[in-house]
Design a protein around this ligand. Structure first.
Ligand code: ATP
Ligand code: MG
Length: 453
């Protein structure tokens, strides 16, 4: 356990049903079925983690997790629709149609500090053994994530002073923060994610090591960081999360090259494009529209891409689309050392980027075939984003593409023979390094990054 040696664990606070607001009608039916089946089988069964926290806050939980003293095989024996997953620590997944309820056996962790632990994906794995509910509570990350809802009497059980923290809006690590971050540095990202999403304040002791321990993220498997990155940026709070990550020096460990450009920037341009892309993403999530991870990555890595692209062109090694492709190769190779962006996603970003060159051509047959391109919409949205976030000279080109989408065949013929719009010939494919004035109008671009999958 990560509590300081000698710390005596207090008896839990138990809040009976009449004294808390969680009603069974707010609980997912499948989760209730699992809880009752376990209870009727003679086991302890609780809702735990994010769902209890969110229900108490009056928010809709993302998923319902169950904790029990039944061992995985015992859970398996109780449910027909169940399978065991996980190599190191076996979990039961109980399936109801498309819904899965995760059932985990109480777990314990051994002694306090990180030494002696085995590293797996940057996380220190000690003997991950079954434990009591109390062990299970205290191995969790934040006090507000360690609350249990007991199906026997509908009470809430609080081993880690989570309820007072929930009431106060405080995010507090259980145990000694520095060693809890060392144990699993991803908790730093989780701290930022929960603080932003819930509007909570990170407790001073839990906040203090954040910046100092940021380098620990280098030990985390890049594939795990990609999963975390999606949670950070696709949950509807991308812009505030990005700002908080930068504030704590954590963003630099996810996107080092991007951070370098943001850090050097004197005119606000890269920051504006990225902030606008993140704001658009949040808006789409709020409207229930799909978001394309490749668009997000295209925006996050746009500055590194341009930089490498321009260097290639200046060196004469490659030009145009070829330079763009080489630059993209370099950018993703470097980036994937930190956050492993899957190929299908980086392909989306590459297509969006190369469309930035291809959209410059407005004469001849090419523009018409571009309209049929699977990624046209995303590339066009990216162009709009650029125009709105620091490259106003692209506006005429944006307007041209906006117009041609709804034009008749006859009008289209005229357009592709007419004068090229300002922007298509006058500006280089990507922005020059010349400093630009930051535009202060908080205006949003007229459209958002949309998924066209
Ligand atoms: P969300 O709403 O984002 O799903 P959540 O709290 O449910 O929030 P999950 O990642 O689904 O977060 O994890 C479920 C629970 O498992 C957490 O509430 C926490 O108790 C525990 N947990 C998850 N990740 C860690 C971690 N890295 N260290 C310790 N406990 C963790
Ligand atoms: Mg969850």
């Amino acid at each position: 356990m990560t509590l300081q040696v000698g710390k005596v664990i207090s008896t839990p606070r138990i809040i009976p049903r009449p004294e808390h607001p969680i009603s069974r009608s707010a609980i997912n039916n499948s989760a209730l079925k699992v809880l009752y089946r376990l209870k009727d089988g003679g086991y302890q069964a609780y809702l735990v983690g994010g769902c209890v926290r969110d229900l108490l806050l009056g928010r809709e939980p993302k998923d319902f997790d169950v904790a029990t003293d039944a061992h995985p095989e015992e859970v398996l024996a109780l449910f027909r629709n169940c399978r065991l997953v996980g190599r190191r620590f076996r979990l039961a997944h109980v399936r109801f149609g498309r819904e899965i309820i995760e059932v985990a056996t109480f777990r314990a962790q051994h002694t306090g500090d990180a030494e002696g632990g085995e590293l797996e994906g940057g996380r220190i794995i000690r003997d991950n053994v079954f434990g009591t509910i109390e062990d299970d509570a205290l191995r969790r990350d934040f006090s507000i994530n360690a609350l249990y809802y007991d199906i026997r009497d509908f009470s809430i059980i609080d081993y880690a002073d989570g309820l007072p923290d929930l009431e106060a809006g405080t995010l507090r690590l259980i145990g000694d923060p520095a060693s809890r971050y060392r144990e699993d540095p991803v908790r730093m990202l989780r701290a930022v994610r929960f603080a932003v999403k819930l509007g909570f304040r990170i407790d001073a002791a839990s906040e203090q090591p954040l910046g100092l321990s940021a380098t620990l993220l280098a030990d985390i498997a890049p594939a795990r960081l990609y999963d975390e990155m999606l949670k950070l940026f696709l949950a509807g709070y991308a812009l505030s999360t990005f700002e908080a990550l930068r504030h704590y020096g954590l963003f630099a460990h996810l996107f080092p090259e991007t951070e370098r450009h943001l850090g050097h920037d004197r005119d606000g341009f890269p920051l504006m494009l990225l902030s606008q892309a993140l704001a658009n993403t949040d808006q789409r999530v709020a409207e229930g529209k799909p978001v394309m991870p490749g668009f997000l990555c295209a925006a996050l890595l746009w500055e590194p891409l341009q930089n490498r692209y321009q260097r290639l062109e200046a060196s004469g090694k490659a030009r145009g689309l070829m330079a763009m492709q080489l630059a993209a190769d370099e950018v993703f190779k470097a980036q994937c050392q930190h956050v492993a962006i899957p190929r299908r996603v980086s392909l989306q970003s590459r297509e969006i980027w190369s469309l930035q060159l291809r959209l410059l051509r407005t004469r001849g047959k090419r523009p018409l075939s571009l309209l049929e391109n699977q990624r046209f919409r995303a590339g066009y949205d990216f162009l709009l984003l650029r125009a709105a976030a620091g490259e106003p000279e692209l506006q005429a080109l944006c307007d041209w593409w906006t117009q041609i989408q709804t034009a008749s065949d006859e009008e289209r013929q005229q357009m592709i023979q007419g004068d090229a719009p300002a922007g298509s010939t006058a500006v280089p494919a990507v922005r020059s390094r010349r400093p630009r004035r930051r535009r202060r109008s908080g205006k949003r671009p007229s459209t958002e990054n949309r998924s066209d999958t």
